[in-house]
Design a binder for this molecule. Structure first.
Ligand code: MD3
Ligand code: FE
Length: 208
C-alpha cells in the first residue's frame, strides 16, 4: 500500500510528558542563550529561511550562500556549539540503541507562518544511523513522502512531546512542515514550535 509508513519509521506520541517537556525546554533555552538563534539563508540565492536555528553537540548544521554543511562553531559568534543536554543523549540511547552517539542536535524555531519545504536530509557522511526528532510547543502539520521526490506524501500532526525516529528506508524519505496550528500548545510563552533533530554526521570508520 502506497500510504503505509516507510520501513524504519517510528512515531512515539507523547514520549515526553508535560513535566519532561518543561525540563527539556529549559535545556533548550540555556543552549540558545549561549548559541543565539540565527537565520539561515539558501545556498546561491541567499533567500532567508522562515525558520530560525541553533545547534548543540560537537557539530551543527548551517546553511549560507556557500552551501549546507556541518561545522563545529556558531556561524555568527564563532564559538563552539554548547554541549548536548544529557536528556537528549539519553533519548538517543533509548530509541537509537545500535547507533554510535549523536554528533549534532539542530534546533529549529518556527513562529507564525514559518514552514519547511519538502526535502531530504542528506548532508551527513552516513545514513546508517536514524534521525531522531522531538517536537515542543505548537502542533505542526508534517508531510512525509518516499525516497523519490515524486512519491505520494501523507500528512499528519506532530504535537508537543512527540518523538519521531527515522531509520531504515525512512532515513532518506522526503519530508517537510506545511504549517503550525496556532494556539495548540501552551508550553512556550508565545506561539511557536521548537523541533530538535538529533543526527550522527560522521561514520565511525572515517573518524571526525
Ligand atoms: C523524515 N525538521 O531539520 S523533524 C530538519 O519539524 C527537519 O523541524 C522538521 O526536517 C521539523 O531537517 C522535521 C522530523 C524529521 C526529521 C528528519 C527526517 C523527519 C524526517 C529525516 C527523514 C525523514
Ligand atoms: Fe529534514
Amino acid at each position: 500500500m502506497t500510504n503505509d509508513f516507510p520501513e524504519g519509521f517510528r512515531l512515539l506520541p507523547g514520549y515526553f510528558d508535560k513535566q519532561a517537556q518543561e525540563a527539556l525546554l529549559g535545556e533548550v533555552r540555556s543552549v540558545v542563550r549561549a548559541a543565539p538563534l540565527f537565520t539561515p539563508v539558501m545556498p546561491r540565492t541567499g533567500k532567508p529561511f522562515s525558520v530560525r536555528m541553533s545547534n548543540c553537540g560537537p557539530l551543527g548544521w548551517v546553511s549560507d550562500v556557500k552551501g549546507y554543511r556541518y561545522q563545529p562553531h556558531h556561524p555568527e559568534t564563532g564559538e563552539a556549539w554548547p554541549e548536548m543536554p544529557a536528556v537528549l543523549k539519553a533519548l538517543w540511547a533509548d530509541v537509537a540503541r545500535d547507533a554510535p552517539p549523536p554528533e549534532a542536535c539542530l534546533i529549529n524555531y518556527y513562529e507564525g507562518k514559518a514552514r519547511m519545504g519538502l526535502h531530504q536530509d542528506r548532508d551527513e557522511d552516513t545514513f546508517d544511523a536514524p534521525v531522531v526528532s522531538v517536537s515542543l510547543g505548537d502542533t505542526a502539520v508534517f508531510r512525509l513522502g518516499g525516497t523519490a521526490r515524486k512519491a505520494p506524501t501523507r500528512s499528519f500532526r506532530l504535537s508537543s512531546g512527540d518523538v519521531l525516529v527515522l531509520g531504515g528506508a525512512s532515513r532518506l524519505a522526503y519530508h517537510g512542515v506545511d504549517r503550525l496550528i496556532p494556539g495548540s500548545s501552551t508550553l512556550l510563552s508565545g506561539a511557536g514550535r521548537i523541533n530538535l533533530t538529533l543526527r550522527r554526521v560522521t561514520s565511525l570508520e572515517s573518524g571526525t
